[in-house]
Design a protein around this ligand. Structure first.
Ligand code: CU
Length: 159
């Protein structure tokens, strides 16, 4: 019993310097996935829910992936009556709250794919948060039908 207590005290002591928790440790990544695309597609996107368990707000400020030459943070916004994608510098995640990255909203854009993304593939992402801490995420590739419909609609409107 005494030994157990001593061990507990020791592990608590070694944890002390981490009393200030990194954003990457406070943010839980829920159900990440990447969109399957045909071999001719130059780009795809990854989605997930970012849940912040901490009591200070943070933001996703950058992402990297092993499947694309360029990885950007994007959102969708109405511009001149059209739904357009545009890059954002950060995707905010409120304290004790969550932000959804989903088709039609915030997403991680995977540009200039090195190979096609087929269902069953895995995309390895590195997320960087406001304090500079990083988190590695593995996102399985899934087909998404709704998003391609929306993009078709965009194209018709754009021409
Ligand atoms: Cu995009």
């Amino acid at each position: 019993m005494k030994k157990t207590l001593a061990a507990l005290a020791l592990s608590a002591a070694t944890c002390l310097p981490a009393a200030w928790a990194a954003d990457a440790d406070q943010v839980q990544v829920i159900a990440p996935y990447a969109r399957a695309v045909p071999p001719t597609a130059p780009a795809s996107a990854a989605f997930m829910t970012l849940r912040n368990r901490g009591d200070h707000a943070t933001a996703l400020i950058a992402a990297d992936s092993d499947v694309a030459e360029i990885t950007e943070l994007h959102t969708h916004a109405h511009e001149n009556g059209m739904m357009m994608m545009r890059p954002v510098a950060r995707i905010p995640v409120p304290a004790k709250g969550e932000t959804q990255l989903k088709p039609g909203g915030y997403h991680i854009m995977l540009i200039r794919l090195k190979h096609p993304l087929k269902p069953g593939d895995k995309v390895h992402l590195t997320l960087r948060f406001a304090d500079g801490s990083t988190k590695a995420v593995t996102a399985p590739v899934r087909p998404i039908n709704g998003m391609s419909h929306m993009h078709h609609g965009n194209m018709h409107h754009a021409h």
